[in-house]
Write a protein that binds this ligand. Structure first.
Ligand SMILES: *Cc1c(COP(=O)(O)O)cnc(C)c1O
Length: 421
C-alpha cells in the first residue's frame, strides 16, 4: 500500500469532509519552492504552505542553526526558567516590531496567539477595575479555530454547532475609502450600548476571506477611535507579518499602532510551530502587581521552545537580509505586471496586490468548497503548481526565494486555468 492508501486507515485531516473528499496527496519531500509527492510529481508551492515557508522549504540557513541548537538545549519549562534563544529572539523582534511593542508572550499557533490577545484585552480592563465584556471585529475576518478566535472570526462558514457558546462580538465593515462616516457611526452606536474591551482585526489584508484588502487611512481612523475609548487594539498579523505586505508588518502602514500583536506562520519560516502575542508597556503594566491574581495565568507546555526560537531568529535574520528584501521588491513588481496583463481578461472580475500577496477574483459565482473550486485546484496540481483557490478567488503568496521562472509558471497556469472555468 502506498502512503495515500495507508493514510485513510487512521488519519483525520483538518478542514476536511472525508466522505466528500477522500483523496489526499502524500508529500515526501520539500526543498526551496518545490514539493514532491510519493509518485515523484513536483509542485511549485505558490502559497508557501499557508504562508509559512517564506524562505523556502528546508532552508539550509534555518535548519543548520536549529540542528546546532538541538545538540545543546531541546526543551525546558518557560515558567521560572529562561534561555538564550528566547532572549535573542526577543531582542531581534523588538528592533523590527512597531516602536510601541515592548513585551513578548509565547505560544504555539496562530489561534492561541489570538486567544491570548483577547484574554490580555479582557484582563487589562478587569485589572484596571472596569469589567468590559464585548469585542469588536471586522466582518469576514478570520482569527483561528479556538473558541475566542472563532468568536471574533466573521467568516464562520461551518461554525453552527458552536455559535451559542461564542463571546459577545460586534461587527463592523472593513474601511473601503468611502464608508468612513458610516463606520464611525456604527462604532459610536456600539460603544454607547456596550462595554467594549478590545478590537481584533487583520490589518490591511484579510487572508482567509480570500485576501480581501482594505484602506489603511480608514483603518487608522478606527484605531484612533479605539484609543480614544480605551478599547485595546489587537492586530492579528499571523498572516501579514514578516514582510508579506512589503513592510515587515502591516501595522507599520498605519500611524496609530496596535496595543497588542499576534504573530505566527512565517515567524519560524515554517520549520517549527510557534506563535507570539506582543504588547505595549501600558498593557503589561496593568498586569504587573503585588497581587498574584493580576498576572496572566496562561501558559503552554511548549512556550518558547528553544528550537522554535532558534528557527524564528534565523528567519528574522533572513528577512532583514538584502537578498530577501530585494526579492520582496522583485516579486511585488512582477505581480504588478501580471495584474495589469490579466485584469482585462473577460473571466477576471478584479485583481489586487500588496507586497508579495496577489489575488484575482473570477467573474463566476463559486462555492468556497464547491465542485468548480475542486476542478481548478486539480487543474493547478495537474500542471505542477500548488494553489488553493478560495471560492472564486485565486491568490498567490509564494516563498520569497521563488525564481522568476517559477513565478512565470504560476502566472501561466493561472492564465491557462481561465480557459477551463
Ligand atoms: C492562520 C491564521 C490564524 C490561525 O493560525 P493557526 O496557526 O492556524 O491556528 C489566525 N489568524 C490569521 C490571520 C491567520 O491567517
Amino acid at each position: 500500500m502506498n502512503l495515500k492508501q495507508r493514510d485513510k486507515k487512521y488519519l483525520w485531516h483538518p478542514l476536511t469532509q472525508h466522505k466528500l473528499h477522500p483523496e489526499t496527496i502524500a508529500i515526501t519531500k520539500a526543498k526551496g519552492c518545490v514539493l514532491t509527492d510519493e509518485d515523484g510529481n513536483e509542485y511549485i508551492d505558490a502559497i508557501a504552505s499557508w504562508y509559512t515557508c517564506m524562505y523556502g522549504h528546508c532552508n539550509a540557513y534555518i535548519t543548520h542553526r536549529v540542528s546546532d541548537q538541538m545538540q545543546k538545549l531541546d526543551q525546558v519549562v518557560f515558567s521560572g526558567f529562561t534561555h538564550e534563544p528566547a532572549i535573542k529572539l526577543s531582542e531581534a523582534l523588538i528592533k523590527i516590531l512597531p516602536e510601541n511593542q515592548n513585551k513578548i508572550f509565547f505560544s504555539d499557533n496562530g489561534s492561541t496567539a489570538v486567544e491570548i490577545g483577547i484574554k490580555m484585552a479582557l484582563q487589562y480592563h478587569f485589572n484596571t477595575g472596569e469589567k468590559r465584556n464585548a469585542l469588536i471585529a471586522f466582518e469576514d475576518g478570520f482569527h483561528g479555530d479556538t473558541f475566542g478566535a472563532m468568536s471574533v472570526s466573521g467568516l464562520s462558514i461551518y461554525n453552527g454547532p458552536f455559535e451559542d457558546f461564542f463571546l459577545d462580538v460586534k461587527r463592523i465593515p472593513v474601511p473601503n475609502g468611502k464608508n468612513q462616516d458610516a463606520i464611525l457611526k456604527i462604532l459610536k452606536e456600539i460603544v454607547l450600548n456596550n462595554k467594549v474591551a478590545g478590537f481584533v482585526y487583520e490589518p490591511l489584508v484579510q487572508g482567509a476571506a480570500a485576501m480581501k484588502m482594505h484602506d489603511a487611512e480608514g483603518l487608522n481612523e478606527i484605531l484612533k477611535f479605539c484609543k480614544k475609548h480605551n478599547i485595546v487594539t489587537v492586530a492579528d498579523e499571523v498572516m501579514t507579518g514578516f514582510g508579506k505586505t512589503g513592510k515587515h508588518f502591516a501595522s507599520l502602514y498605519m500611524e496609530t499602532k496596535p496595543d497588542i500583536m499576534c504573530l505566527s506562520k512565517a515567524l519560524t519560516g515554517g520549520l517549527l510551530p510557534m506563535a507570539l502575542t506582543t504588547c505595549s508597556q501600558h498593557i503589561y503594566d496593568a498586569f504587573y502587581s503585588d497581587e498574584m491574581s493580576k498576572g496572566l495565568f496562561h501558559g503552554h507546555t511548549y512556550s518558547a521552545n528553544p528550537l522554535a526560537c532558534t528557527a524564528a531568529l534565523a528567519s528574522i535574520e533572513l528577512l532583514q537580509s538584502d537578498d530577501i528584501q530585494k526579492q520582496i521588491q522583485t516579486i511585488s513588481a512582477s505581480h504588478v505586471v501580471f495584474g495589469n496583463r490579466i485584469k482585462s481578461h473577460p473571466k477576471v472580475k478584479s485583481t489586487r496586490q500588496l507586497g508579495v500577496i496577489f489575488a484575482l477574483d473570477l467573474n463566476i459565482e463559486m462555492e468556497r468548497y464547491g465542485n468548480l473550486r475542486d476542478k481548478l485546484f486539480k487543474f493547478f496540481m495537474d500542471h505542477g503548481v500548488f494553489l488553493r483557490p478560495l471560492g472564486s478567488t485565486i491568490y498567490i503568496q509564494a516563498p520569497y526565494v521563488i525564481t522568476q521562472k517559477q513565478l512565470e509558471k504560476i502566472y501561466q497556469v493561472i492564465e491557462d486555468a481561465l480557459e477551463i472555468v
